[in-house]
Design a protein around this ligand. Structure first.
Ligand code: F6R
Length: 606
């Protein structure tokens, strides 16, 4: 997740860009840069580090001009250093670009450009855009950008300018882009807070939109050049509301950010044609005989999904521990063990200490981590970043679904490399993984969300809740119960559905809502039997079912319908329903969901 800003008008562009970027640092903060049209050329300044580093440099050596673009980076391809920072310039410096997203086919594009004589400066996927646009350019920037984008696959919010044109061209697919409309000035940004010091009139660009900005006008079109019209919205939000993107809470904003977060986790790593996954890891997948997964809380539940997927697809024995137990139980570890720590913050002390314990015993270590440069990333042998972007709401949402997706990719990578997963099953699973951002977008459609809100409000006064799930969705039940406990303070238990009859069934009476994950699965019939067992004892069944279900829903009191997904990827889609159920229960009870009592976002004490 990166932040981008563009400006054309009468003001000092550097000031507008820095002001905008300072509001977008939450989107990434490992490096930043600007390019300003200073009269005869486009001058670029960029540095690794926080925005303040760039700001100090610009105070010492100012750039003067009224057209410019700026970027704050959250590295995906290429280290966070000065060279990889944006903007990126074409060979002769006449074109500069900034990019948020991932160009999935950048490698073949880069190789082809190099064979045609282009010299690359950075390791980024984004730089191919500057070279490609330069190659297409023959006097018309808009046309060149359109032609270049027709060759690109992936996610992008891109902003481009050319030294010979007083205009800015921008386009988006998946990554967000909003335009600000001023008096004789125009703005672009990844998010509204970057614009609010200057204008409250904005146009939210849609997927596949392209826009050309001049000093006092703009044209919006699709990627083929056909004009499209988009409404100008007046933003009423104050600064705090703007940081929440107009949502009431960070948690809800982050729930809605999941399609984008999942794109960032998955895209660029899935090779559809071969069924392979490219995780850019240095680990040798054939070098270990067992895997140990260690994490806390929500990250632990992502690990449970991982345990299931890795054993199924890669046939390696996996054991999983909550981190606070791991280091005190004298686990058996050898140099044939791969210890995987999972953490959003990369700072949780229990997980960090468990990682140190595993290392001391000789294990190779891998971190599945969100926060760049966090303590764990410095101590593991290798890191698989989930790229979910900063998570501010205390209850984890987008980090969870991104962690689960990362575990799926890891299982696919191991399975292919160790020869336990054939190419055709690999390709099928890969395609299902690729569908996830779209499926989650669909899971967040207005009518589905409204239905979950209705169910949440109906049962908000329950004293207890029970969550049941099977197989790869047992952890979905655990995560659903944890989310509900954390933010609504309702007591919730979760069990693998088949375990219910061994005790928890005694809890069931007509006051107990029982959430049953009953989405498409080879074990669905067994889950339906569990639903009947609950109903027979008067419990209220809230069944989470796939689109088109006729069986499970027949026996339920209330139904939450989610998009149909391959069973192996369904925990991601189903988790969204769990998050919304907890969210609307808590808000119906008037709880502060962003700051639940007694909890901290990063737990750095044992
Ligand atoms: C639950 C939640 C916590 C964290 C746990 C681990 O919503 O946020 O359970 O998952 O404290 O935190 P990280 O992932 O930062 O190690």
């Amino acid at each position: 997740m990166c932040g981008i800003v563009g400006y054309i008008g009468t003001k000092n562009a550097t000031e507008v860009l820095i002001s905008g970027l300072s509001k977008l640092e939450y989107r990434g903060y490992d490096s930043s840069g600007v390019a300003v049209h200073t009269g005869s050329k486009l001058e670029v300044r960029k540095n690794a580090g926080k925005l303040s580093v760039l700001q100090t440099e610009l105070e010492q050596q100012s750039l003067s001009g009224t057209l410019g673009i700026g970027h704050t980076r959250w590295a995906t391809h290429g280290k966070p250093n000065d060279v990889n920072a944006h903007p990126h310039a074409s060979e002769d410096g006449s074109i500069v670009i900034i990019h948020n997203g991932i160009i999935e086919n950048y490698l073949p594009l880069k190789e082809a450009l190099i064979s045609r004589g282009h010299v690359f400066k950075s390791e980024t996927d984004s730089e191919v855009l500057a070279h490609l646009i330069e190659e297409k350019y023959s006097g018309n920037l808009e046309q060149a950008v359109r032609e270049a984008l027709s060759e690109v696959r992936g996610a992008y919010g891109i902003v481009v300018t050319h030294v010979n044109h007083r205009e800015i061209v921008a386009a988006r697919t998946v990554s967000p882009l909003v335009m600000g409309v001023g008096q004789n000035e125009m703005f672009l940004a990844s998010d509204v807070p970057a614009l609010l010091n200057y204008t409250r009139e904005v146009v939210f660009l849609h997927d596949g939109d392209m826009v050309v900005l001049n000093d006092s006008s703009y044209r919006i079109m699709d990627l083929q050049g056909n004009p499209v019209s988009r409404e100008v919205s007046h933003i009423e939000w104050d600064a705090e509301a703007a940081e929440k993107g107009g949502f009431d809470t960070y948690m809800l904003k982050e729930i809605y950010e999941q399609p984008q977060a999942l794109s960032n986790t998955l895209l660029g790593r899935l090779q559809d044609q071969t069924g392979e996954v490219d995780l850019e890891l240095n680990l040798d997948p054939a070098s270990f005989k067992r895997i140990s997964i260690i994490a806390c809380g929500t990250a632990f539940y992502a690990g449970l999904v991982g345990e299931y997927l890795i054993e199924q697809l890669a046939r390696v024995p996996v054991e999983i521990d909550v981190a606070s137990e791991y280091r005190y139980r004298q686990p058996l570890v050898s140099e044939n063990t791969l210890a995987i720590v999972i953490s959003q913050s990369g700072e949780t002390i229990d997980t960090l200490e468990a990682l140190r314990e595993a290392k001391k015993s000789g294990a190779k270590t891998l971190g599945i981590i969100n926060a760049k440069g966090s303590s764990m990333t410095r101590e593991v042998d290798d890191t698989l970043y989930i790229h979910a972007g900063p998570e501010i709401g205390v209850a984890s949402t987008k980090a969870y679904t991104s962690m689960v997706s990362a575990m799926l990719m890891l299982a696919l990578w191991l399975g292919r490399a160790r020869g336990t997963l054939d190419a055709s099953t690999g390709t099928e699973l890969l395609r299902s993984a690729r569908e996830l951002p779209r499926l989650v977008e669909e899971a967040l459609s207005e009518s589905r969300v409204a239905n979950i809100k209705r169910v949440a409000e109906k049962y908000k006064d329950a004293r207890d809740y029970l969550f049941l799930g099977r197989g790869v969705n047992s952890p979905t039940a655990y995560e659903g119960a944890l989310k509900l406990k954390e933010i609504s303070y309702i007591h919730a238990e979760a069990y693998a559905a088949g375990e219910m009859k061994h005790g928890p069934i005694a809890l069931i009476d007509e006051k107990l809502p029982v959430v049953v994950i009953a989405t498409d699965s080879v074990l669905l019939e067994k889950t339906i039997s569990n639903i009947q067992e609950v109903r027979a004892r008067g419990g209220k069944v809230i069944a989470v079912v796939s689109d088109g279900d006729t069986e499970a829903s027949r026996h339920a009191d209330d139904v939450i319908i989610v998009p149909k997904a391959h069973e192996m990827v369904s925990p991601v889609v189903n988790a969204v329903a769990m998050q919304l159920l907890a969210y609307f229960t808590a808000t119906a009870l008037g709880k502060d969901v962003d700051k639940p009592r007694n909890l901290a976002k990063s737990v750095t004490v044992e």
